[in-house]
Design a protein around this ligand. Sequence first.
Ligand code: COA
Ligand code: AMP
Length: 628
Amino acid sequence: MSYPTKYDQSISEKEDFWRAEAQKINWFTFPETILSTDGDDLYRWYAGGKMNTSYLALDIHVEQGRGAQTALIYDSPVTGVKKQYTYIELLHEVSLFAGVLKAQGVEKGDRIVIYMPMVPEAVIGMLACARIGAVHSVVFGGFAAHELAIRINDARPKYILMASGGKEIDKIIPYKPIVDAAIKEAYFKPDGCIVLQRDFIPCNMQHDLDFDWETLVSKATPATFEIMDACDPLYILYTSGTTGAPKGIVRDNGGHAVALNSSMEYVYNADPGSVFWAASDIGWVVGHSYIVYGPLIRGCTTILFEGKPIRTPDAGTFWRVIEEYKVNTFFTAPTAIRAIKKEDFEGELFNKYDLSSLKYLFLAGERTDVATYEWASAMLKRPVIDHWWQTESGYPMLANLAGVGLIPVKPGSAGKPMFGFDIRILSPDHDFMPPNQEGAVVIKLPLPPGCLPGLWNDNERFVSSYLTEFPGYYFSGDGGYRDDDGYIYITGRMDDVINVAGHRLSTSEMEEIVASHYAVAECAVVGCHDEMKGQLPVGFVVLKHSYDQQSDQIALELVAKVRDTIGAVAAFKTVHFVERLPKTRSGKILRKIIRAIADDVPYQVPSTIEDMTVLDELKWVLKKTADN
Ligand code: COA
Ligand code: AMP
């Protein structure tokens, strides 16, 4: 069936479409109801269907004779370790660790926070939670203690699964002090931590609170899977919103499994047995969906890579992995390709490797700029596919569907809607925008299976954040337009969320931290363009008068304060001191104009501006900094 016909069916006969998709996975009880609403009038998919996500990712493949196939490849250039697990071996490890959790008193519905680097035990921990019906919440290792504490308070985990440390290129990151500080700060106290000791950074254990991972596993008996309802939560993944409080995106079991399986088929054209590599981190949604659940549910071999695109050891490392494991489908962020392009523009390293296994390169996390697209296409001589999605959706909403038949790529566009996503472009007055005119990118409700059914313990915020601004639609937070041929172009966030090297961060959260410094009178933090990382947060700060002479020292303190509170991943390194900030007469800071001036792009001055001369002052400060 052609894309337009199948897409139309997925919108006009959505229940039939998603019933057929659901039949592609193994249920213990097939759902009688495909789409329904719950007590809060929120949509639910497959309510009453019985299944288990860990069973779908592991047991079923063993039962169907794929047990000897490699399920997981661990490749860690930062430690020099490589390891592989067949489906039988991974099932064994997951069952054993599920037994550990059971023995520790973890029950269906309990939450488990996972704060771990890219090691197989992190994947085993996630799948073990899924097996016994515990809800995992993975926290990215680049976040500091305070961010971890916020998530502990919200998720209220029974245990934290952690490693003693990680390695960032050549820098060792001890995790234990971060977790200890987070538990100290949090008002909710977990029962304890299960600690994976890594030999390059062993940590001290606290009696009665810390449990050694390997010791527990050595005493464990394997645990079988719980029968889960399709609507039971599988995981919570926190993501940046427009305030300091991150949003706890909930993922259910049934819709998620169906949607990921469909995406593996339609978006990625990845057959069972093929090798799929998403070079992301399990702390992000890409890692959840396409390092762990998607490829394993589909019966692929997945790769867990503990390294960076460059300097581990060089810009050829991605190509080395593709050659070594005969990767068929590769997925990374444009920023990673830009980093490689910068170091190996002519492709000297690239040309050393045999990439004949590779069929596609998929890019997401930010818009693929045309220069990156062209360089990657010229090097790889294979389809380079930009696709758009969010933590909230869990899988691509826009793509060029490789499994249905690629359409011509239009550089700069993320393609056309994935099945089930009825995407519209609306004006602020809720009118449909004509082709080629920018507006808010929204999705007509109901969202298809796999998308967030809500926020953890906060349906009110779910409704106010996503469903209120455009009634009847989910508001993605992104702006964009559709061209005459139906291709959609995402132009960027319409809120205070920025994307730094593929990492989603909140500038208002940074602003709150900077504003709380004793010497700061007022401030704005905006996301400015950066050649390599796409965007970087930049602070514009007005000091209280008595601190005017101490700006160098205060800049260092502000950078350290953001790093200590959010984490190194915030990459907040630049502060400009200004006399005033541009504002409207009612006192609203004009952040869009600050950003436009910093990026040196055209902007429109609103008639409500308080004083035009402040814009010249701002330009002068930026010029002076650039000249220095
Ligand atoms: N644990 C601890 N610290 C971490 C971390 C982790 N898991 N991940 C990143 N950090 C730290 C880094 O060490 C760095 O610290 P520094 O300021 O002391 O140098 C800081 O956070 C910023 O890291 P990063 O964003 O990775 O920038 P970088 O300059 O080290 O590397 C890139 C630049 C482009 C190579 C890198 O950002 C990259 O590979 N990006 C792709 C991201 C991606 O795949 N995103 C997933 C979306 S699909
Ligand atoms: P995250 O939730 O971390 O995956 O970030 C989601 C946000 O990243 C989206 O709302 C977009 O702003 C941005 N994004 C992701 N993929 C793309 C893409 N292909 N093109 C443009 N923006 C993207």
